[in-house]
Ligand binder design. Structure first.
Ligand code: UDP
Length: 323
């Protein structure tokens, strides 16, 4: 297939773009490089640089003809979304609307969309199934849910074959591709940064109702997540919108992550107890039964230590990230 990867210069997009190339797909990356890195664009792909908010640019890009689009490009920081909701809705919703209209005009019939566990807000039951109520608690999650609904409506009206993947906590690295966010807010890279720089990491909240008082998350290796996209690309039929959760189904607490990082790095890692971070639910663990049953997906690297170890190797090879 000939595919377009929006956000293909970012952490997850670059890993998936490299997997697409490896699988023999002709792959073009669309990225505005506001968060992504030119050096992260995989070999064997072509970079088209521009913003999804520029309708003419998006139409022009799609007009060269693609069989499918994998849509990663988005803003994704919860705290920032609370302070700048308009920016989040504009980028995530209007950007996707431009993309969908350009796809329709160009006759591009397949879409895989990157969504998030944040659409579930504070779940009543864990593991979380796709049928759980979607009640996001911040504008980031709300904007992703709005896009999901938009895609559902367009799939039905325009015979689009669409699949939404709701990611839980993505971690690890893949070869020369790794996580390099500015600012970094994610737990595993921050714990490893503390290990590398002999600094400290904060534990946000030690009074949750969990086994050790710290928040529990479902970590999934970025390579396993990536493989799900290749399966999802061919999954839906025209007019169908599928939704799949993507996680391991096992939860690890913040303290367990720090402990695992101590074992992997052999370093002490100073962890300082701090108040809860606003908007963090106590436990987010996925049920991935649906994607396992429908697409035969299963994680090949479910171990937390393997994820941390791959992230650590990447960080040591790239002490200054991609710069
Ligand atoms: N966390 C933490 N210290 C940090 C960063 C994150 O204790 O420096 C916690 C955070 O409060 C959450 C978990 O680690 O409970 C995972 O956070 P992350 O930002 O990695 O992912 P999220 O689950 O928010 O998408």
């Amino acid at each position: 297939m000939k595919v377009l990867v929006t956000g293909g210069a970012g952490y997850i997009g670059s890993v998936v773009a490299s997997q697409l190339v490896e699988a023999g797909h002709e792959t073009v990356v669309l990225d505005d490089l506001s968060k992504g890195h030119e050096d992260a664009v995989p070999e064997g792909t072509r970079l088209v640089c521009g913003s999804l908010l520029d309708g003419d640019f998006v139409r022009g890009t799609l007009s060269e003809g693609f069989d499918g689009v994998l849509h990663f490009a988005a803003l994704s920081l919860v705290g920032e979304s609370v302070e700048q909701p308009e920016r989040y809705y504009r980028n995530n919703v209007c950007g996707t609307l431009n993309l969908l209209e350009a796809m329709r005009e160009a006759g591009t019939g397949r879409l895989v969309f990157s969504s998030t566990a944040a659409v579930y807000g504070e779940p009543q039951e864990v593991p979380i199934e796709e049928t759980a109520p979607a009640l996001p608690t911040n504008p980031y999650g709300s904007s992703k849910l709005a896009v999901d609904r938009l895609i559902g409506a367009v799939a039905e009206a325009r015979e689009l074959a669409a699949t939404t993947l709701r990611y839980f906590n993505v971690a690890g690295a893949s070869g020369r591709f790794g996580e390099d966010h500015h600012p970094e807010t994610h737990l595993i890279p921050l714990v490893l940064k503390a290990a590398a720089q002999s600094s400290s990491v904060k534990i946000f909240g030690t009074d949750y109702e969990t086994r050790d008082g710290t928040a529990v998350r479902d970590y999934i290796h970025v390579e396993d997540l990536g493989r799900a996209h290749l399966l999802a690309l061919e999954a839906a039929a025209p007019g169908e919108h599928r939704v799949y959760n993507l996680g391991n189904g096992a939860g690890f607490s913040v303290k367990e992550v720090v402990e695992a990082a101590r074992r992997v790095t052999g370093r002490e890692i100073d962890a300082v107890e701090a108040p809860r971070r606003a908007g963090d639910p106590p436990v987010l663990v996925a049920s991935s039964e649906r994607i396992r049953a429908d697409l035969g997906w299963k994680p090949e690297k479910p171990g937390l230590e393997a994820m941390i170890s791959d992230a650590w190797a990447w960080m040591r090879d790239h002490p200054d990230g991609y710069e």
